[in-house]
Design a protein around this ligand. Structure first.
Ligand code: GLN
Length: 491
């Protein structure tokens, strides 16, 4: 029996369409059918756009018949609902943007579309990307395809679950403190967070502007590299996107890890980490060593300060970014009589509890008299964290660590305890604070069958090194060949 089309990797799907084995309409229909079959159980999508997808697929097929080709021609993908898509509702997982129709498309998405991508729909997210589980979505919680009673991670949990449920070939996510890597780890797929400035943030609805970066969730490292290739590069609409040449990310994938220096930070193997996670990551490191990598113990001494620094910087920036939702310009408006009452009512009803908590924390940290003590101090410590990495990368090429201290937890388990939720970010936020890149690649599962992710960290613009190491690991292990079966769930 031939494999159903939805099970293909992005790379194999492109190859198949180029060879004329199937059309984009057939592939897209297979994915729409898959969404219909599993998403009632998984809840990965906030919006599915079947007509639009089939129309784009037909256009891709027509173009191909006329001899056209492009890196993603006819490839169905899903987009996290914090990325603006012209004419397609973009909610950020929030009531305040429930009916928001962006008048333009985010640059990253536009580049995928220009390369031929077919958009299947928009995926669920914690409200304004604030969270680690999608439980903060104002609409519903996405379920982990490996165990529907567990979270998929967040905030790009819809994208992670959609890839893991094979309800898309790949998906875009965003990563402010781990939101691509954590769902990738919890769902057993690949998650790539590029360096700050590598991908344009134009049209990404901002959370923490100095931390946000658009990333990829995919079935394989090669697929993630392919999508990054299309998105990366300078954009005149985002002054923080770097005007530097983009390397060919796939060219070096097969170079292996012979001689690659892999740093192991002692601060990332701490007490409290789930023993199976620690064991799986250590086994993965030993595997890299067997493949020829050189393992180097390192230290990142300021790691323990990262959590408070992150939750000051991120909330401060969020409080400023979210001030634009005033019930006047766009989004939900309570329609109250006085302007002040309208602000109060619109924001009071439009935002959920976690978003309000962060706005309050951030506003406090930025307020007169506290700025120096909190925000400024946090920025200074952030510099130390960045310097830790710079020092480490003088002696190593990549750094290996767990993605998160535990595997996916149960829905509801942490929702009453924000601090224990924030702790899930302890190994991922440091990269965003330093502006560097990282990838999560499946490296095992715990005794409940829940996936475990290996994080490979690279220096600023060091995507080639982490892709190469992750690819070498993936291709010599078989975690990427194992799939969840949400279709068998009784819902
Ligand atoms: N969990 C982190 C937070 O809540 C990171 C979220 C993200 O990367 N968008 O801020």
């Amino acid at each position: 029996m031939t494999k159903p089309l939805y099970t293909l990797t992005l790379h194999d799907a492109i190859t198949g369409m180029r060879a004329g084995d199937f059309t984009s309409v057939e592939l897209t229909q297979a994915l729409l059918d898959r969404i219909a079959a599993v998403d009632r159980a998984v809840n990965a999508y906030l919006t599915v756009t079947p007509e639009r997808a089939l129309e784009q697929a037909a256009q891709a097929d027509a173009a191909r018949r006329q001899g056209a080709d492009a890196p993603l021609l006819g490839i169905p993908m899903a987009i996290k609902d914090v990325l603006s898509t012209e004419g397609v509702r973009t909610t950020c997982g929030s009531r305040i943007l429930e009916n928001y129709m962006p008048p333009f498309t985010a640059t990253a998405v536009q580049r995928l579309q220009r390369a031929g991508m077919v958009m299947l729909g928009k995926t669920n997210t914690d409200e304004f990307a604030m969270g680690s589980s999608t439980e903060n979505s104002a609409y519903f919680t996405t379920r982990n395809p490996w165990d529907l009673s567990r979270v998929p991670g967040g905030s790009s949990g819809g994208s992670g679950a959609a890839v893991a449920a094979q309800a898309t070939l790949a998906a875009l996510g965003t990563d402010t403190g781990g939101s691509v890597r954590l769902p990738a780890s919890y769902c057993g797929v690949v998650g790539l967070k590029p360096s700050y400035g590598r991908v344009s943030r134009y049209g990404l609805i901002a959370y923490g502007s100095s931390l946000d970066q658009i990333g990829v969730l995919a079935k394989t490292v090669q697929d993630a590299a392919l999508v990054l290739q299309v998105m990366a590069g300078h954009d005149g609409n985002d002054s923080t996107s770097l005007d530097l040449p983009v390397p060919d990310y796939r060219a070096g994938l097969d170079r292996g890890v012979q001689g690659l220096r892999v740093g192991i930070p002692q601060e990332y193997f701490i007490e409290g980490i789930q023993p199976e996670v620690e064991a799986a990551v250590k086994t993965a490191v030993a595997h890299l060593e067997n493949l020829g990598a050189q393992i180097v113990p390192i230290t990142l001494p300021n790691t323990e300060k990262a959590l408070p620094v992150y939750y000051l910087v991120a909330t401060a920036e969020a409080s400023a970014n979210l001030s634009r939702y005033d019930g006047v310009r766009f989004g939900y408006s309570a329609g109250a009589d006085s302007i002040l009452e309208n602000y109060r009512e619109s924001r009071g009803r439009g935002f959920g509890a976690e978003v309000k908590r962060r706005i309050m924390l951030g506003t406090y940290a930025l307020s007169a008299g506290y700025y120096d003590a909190y925000y400024l101090k946090a920025q200074q410590v952030r510099t130390l964290i960045k310097q830790d990495f710079e020092t480490a990368f003088e002696t190593v090429d990549v750094i290996a660590s767990p993605v998160a201290p535990t595997t996916a937890f149960r829905i509801g388990e942490k929702s009453g305890d924000p601090l224990s939720m924030y702790l899930m970010d302890v190994f991922t936020i440091t990269l965003n604070l330093a502006g560097i890149c990282g990838i999560s690649v499946p490296c095992g599962s715990d005794n409940q069958g829940m996936p475990i992710g290996l994080q490979l960290i690279g220096p600023h613009l060091g995507e080639e090194a982490i892709l190469r190491a992750a690819h070498a690991y993936e291709q010599t292990t078989n975690w990427h060949t194992q799939w969840a079966t949400p279709e068998t769930a009784n819902v």
